[in-house]
Design a binder for this molecule. Sequence first.
Ligand code: 13P
Length: 250
Amino acid sequence: MRKPIIAGNWKMNKTPAEAAQLVTELAPLVADASCDVVVCTPAVNFAAVAEAIKGTNIKLGAQNMHWKESGAYTGELSAAMLKACGVEYVVLGHSERRQYFGETDATVNLRTVAAVKAGLTPIVCVGEKKEEREAGYTNALVVYQTLIALTGLTAEEVAKKVVIAYEPVWAIGTGLTATDEQANETIGVIREGIRSVYGDAADEVRIQYGGSMNPKNAKGLMAQPEIDGGLIGGASLKAEDFSKVVGFDK
Ligand code: 13P
C-alpha cells in the first residue's frame, strides 16, 4: 500500500563533477525500480545532479533548509531556493545536525512545516542514542521527536507529504545495524504514535530505516512490514551498492 522510498544521504561528500558521475552511473542501474529513488546531495551539486538526472526516475534531495523565506541568515538556504534548483525532498533533523549544529526538536518542526507548505517533501529524521536505548526510553523518545516535528501539519499533509526516517544514532556510520526486528518494532511504535494524533494518516505515512544499511542487510530490513525504505549514508556513495539496496524494494 505504501510505496517504498530509498534515499541516499551523501552527507559532506562529492564535488559537482563527482556527483554528476555518480548519478550517471546510477541511473541505468535503478531505471526499473518500483520504489522512489532520491539522492540528497550537498547544495553545490544541485545543478550538476539536476542536469544528470533529467529523463531518469531519480529525484533530487537536499540535506537541510531554513524555515524563513529570506533574510539575514548567513549560510542558510530557503525552500524557494531549493525548489528553484529542482529539489523535491529535503532531509531535516538528521542526528548529525542535532549533534554538531545545535538542531533542536523545535527548529526541526519549523523546518518541517516550512518545507511542506513550500511543496517540498521533508525526510524527518528521528532516533535514539545508545545510552537512551539502554536506559529503556527509545519508544517514548522517538514518538516525542516525531510528534514535535509534525506539529502544525494536517493529517492529510502527514499522510501524503512527509517521510519519516528512523535512524538509531548508534547505527549511523558504525557498521552496527538495528536488527530487522528492532527496526520494525520501533518504526511500528512511531506509526502508532502518529496514529494517536493523526488517525489513519499513520497507515499512509512512509517511515524509512537508516543506519549502516547496505546491500547485505537491506533485504531483511526491507522485508519487514513496517519499514517503507531506507535512508542510506555510506553505501549511497557507490552506484553499485546503492542500486543493490534499491533492488530490494518491495
Ligand atoms: P550510514 O548508512 O553511513 O550509517 O548513514 C546513515 C545515515 O545517517 C543516513 O542519513
